[in-house]
Design a protein around this ligand. Structure first.
Ligand code: FE
Ligand code: FE
Ligand code: ZN
Length: 276
């Protein structure tokens, strides 16, 4: 069975998202832990979380994926920005304990001119603090497009984060198809080669999840603009290869394409029809 879902609004709680995911044809979903720009998290509804867990079990859900706010930057040069990242990150992990067994995915950060090594050192400092927090959640580093001073556009940078922090053993990776293509990994023409490179540098056993996005921009553009499945530079045949690839086919796939719910339902049906 194809494990697939899309990004959903968390405003109505876990059970609502679970039912919405099923109504769209999926068996998982992604959501923001709070406003994507940061800010207050909603108060925690333990009964809602428990009802969702029951619903998820009945409906053979794959792990759900909580996405940290985009503004979270533990690699910032500004200590106040780093402090905010730390508070949000640790608070999110604590709150995610009501839905054990899921993922917490974050963008490693941007070094904003301090250099990659210093950025990685600062990210590792946050992860050292998080090493013991939220023990029932797997923390995922997302592969990035490398735009601006973004860290995580190279597999080696994610490896360095894993090697440099106490949380290393509990870190997995979420591979974003749009991001890696924009970053200069030619997954369109050499999917096997890119996966071999991933395996060599990071290890395929650390690959936990896939963000399934087409790209508005060509190879190595370092842009990060998602496109609907089959409408961008990657194309539908590419996504058919990805979801059926022996090394990937069992993983959960999350759509972050520019769609309303209807469009997501269509993409989920399309991909399920291509799954062998
Ligand atoms: Fe992301
Ligand atoms: Fe993504
Ligand atoms: Zn993106």
């Amino acid at each position: 069975m194809l494990n697939i879902g899309c990004h959903l609004s968390s405003s109505k709680g876990y059970l609502h998202m679970g039912k919405e995911a099923v109504s769209l044809g999926g068996n998982t979903f992604q959501y923001f832990t709070r406003n994507p720009r940061g800010g207050q998290a909603k108060s925690l509804d333990v009964a809602d979380a428990a009802a969702f867990l029951e619903f998820a079990k009945e409906n053979a859900f794959a792990p759900i994926l909580a996405h940290a706010p985009y503004t979270l930057n533990p690699a910032s040069a500004n200590p106040r920005v780093r402090d905010f990242a730390r508070l949000v990150f640790l608070d999110d992990l604590e709150r995610l304990e009501v839905v054990p067994g899921g993922y917490y995915n974050f963008h490693p950060g941007s070094h904003v001119g301090q250099g990659t090594d210093e950025g990685i050192r600062l990210i590792c400092a946050l992860l050292d603090e998080a090493a013991e927090a939220g023990p029932n959640t797997t923390i995922l580093l997302e592969t990035m497009s490398g735009k601006g001073s973004e860290i995580g556009g190279r597999f080696e940078e994610l490896r360095a984060i894993m090697d440099g922090s106490a949380a290393g053993p509990r870190l997995g990776v979420c591979l974003d198809t749009c991001h890696v293509y924009d970053a200069g990994y030619d997954i369109l023409n050499d999917l096997d080669g890119v996966l071999a490179e991933f395996d060599k540098v990071i290890g395929l056993d650390r690959l936990e999840a896939i963000h399934l996005n087409d790209s508005k921009n060509p190879y190595h553009s370092r842009k990060d603009r998602h496109e609907k499945i089959g409408r961008g530079h990657l194309g539908l045949a590419f996504f058919e290869r990805v979801i059926n690839h022996p090394a990937l086919r069992e993983l959960p796939f999350y759509l972050e394409t520019p769609n309303e719910l209807e469009g997501y339902a269509e993409e989920i049906a399309l991909l399920k029809g291509l799954y062998r």
